[in-house]
Design a protein around this ligand. Structure first.
Ligand code: PSU
Ligand code: MN
Length: 302
């Protein structure tokens, strides 16, 4: 057993008993939403997973330990510390562990730690991808490489158009990552249900999601599966509002000379400011919706 991995007693017991477990990321807590909504949302997401028959495992790095399952106190700690927690991707793990630091796990590191713990399903909001202008900046999220190599099903609401969605899909195709639309043929764009891009396959039930991923694993095909679950209609935002906010955020990012790992948090915060509370409400609802589907899917693994 990895000496740096700490699986909470509840999660450990659930895994041993073959109960469904759903992993959750912590960058969404520390960098994705303001305090205290971030902590409230994290607790509501955990409750939603429980209400749907699974055990939540919020993942984070605390004092250099890779935590699979955080306590409410630990979630409160990460939420309060906010942006002061280091946003931890794959390349950050070695030094953070050695220095016994805290780290907020992105999709990448949440997948890594979930896989170490034996958790197969992970629910989040949005994933990183190929950034607009990546032809010049080379800014491509490590999330895509992780999906290519680590066996975890990631359930998200698609990707925000702060990214180049077409190039993100091309990258995933090259890496052999199945992109599934849950109840849709179209890739959802996080705040909206439509992007204009098709997914690889439409799947309409948690049973089939689990069956497809189990087939992938049984065949030794490495890597994960990306499930894109559209935001419920009643919470989706007007496309013009969100497009305008994203364009403005991208312009401000360029003017401010932001690059590297600061890009995504900067853009997320700007979009949130520009749309007022609306985008935060939508964000919370889509995460809850993904948590529900993840819990139901985790229960279908045989
Ligand atoms: N996209 C969102 N919300 C998020 C993120 C992305 O809509 O919270 C976070 C996730 O943790 C994701 C990370 O894994 O940002 C990607 O960061 P980067 O682009 O620097 O790889
Ligand atoms: Mn990047």
């Amino acid at each position: 057993m990895n000496p740096y991995l700490e699986i909470s007693p509840e999660v450990q017991e659930a895994l041993k008993a073959g109960k469904p477990v759903v992993a959750l990321e912590s960058t969404i807590i520390s960098h994705g939403m303001p305090y205290p909504q971030n902590v409230e949302t994290a607790m509501r997401v955990e409750q939603t997973i429980r209400d749907n028959g699974a055990i939540p495992a919020t993942i984070a790095i605390i004092g250099g330990k890779l935590k699979a399952g955080c306590s409410p106190d630990e979630i409160e700690y990460l939420g309060k510390k906010g942006q002061a927690v280091i946003k931890a991707s794959r390349r950050d793990l070695p030094v953070l562990i050695a220095r016994k630091e805290d780290g907020a796990t992105t999709v990448t590191t949440t997948m890594i730690i979930a896989a170490m713990a034996g958790i197969k399903v992970f629910a989040t909001g949005g994933i990183g991808g190929v950034h607009r202008g990546a032809q010049q900046t080379f800014d491509i999220s490590a999330d895509l490489e992780e999906l290519a190599q680590t066996p975890v099903m990631v359930i998200c609401a698609g990707a925000k158009s702060i990214l180049d969605l077409g190039l993100t899909l091309e990258y995933l195709e090259t890496k052999g990552v199945p992109v599934i639309g849950y109840g849709t043929d179209e890739l959802p764009a996080f705040y909206t249900r439509h992007s204009g891009f098709g997914v690889d396959y439409r799947i309409d039930s948690p049973e089939e999601l689990a069956a497809a991923f189990q087939a992938k694993i049984a065949c030794g095909l490495k890597g994960g599966m990306l499930v894109t679950n559209p935001i419920p209609e009643q919470y989706s935002m007007p496309k013009e509002t969100i497009d305008a906010a994203i364009e403005q955020a991208l312009r401000e990012m360029e003017a401010a000379g932001i690059h590297g790992k600061q890009c995504t948090p900067f853009l997320l915060a700007k979009v949130k400011d520009l749309t007022g509370g609306d985008s935060l409400d939508a964000n919370i609802q889509l995460v809850l919706n993904n948590a529900r589907l993840a819990a139901l899917t985790a229960a279908c693994f045989k």
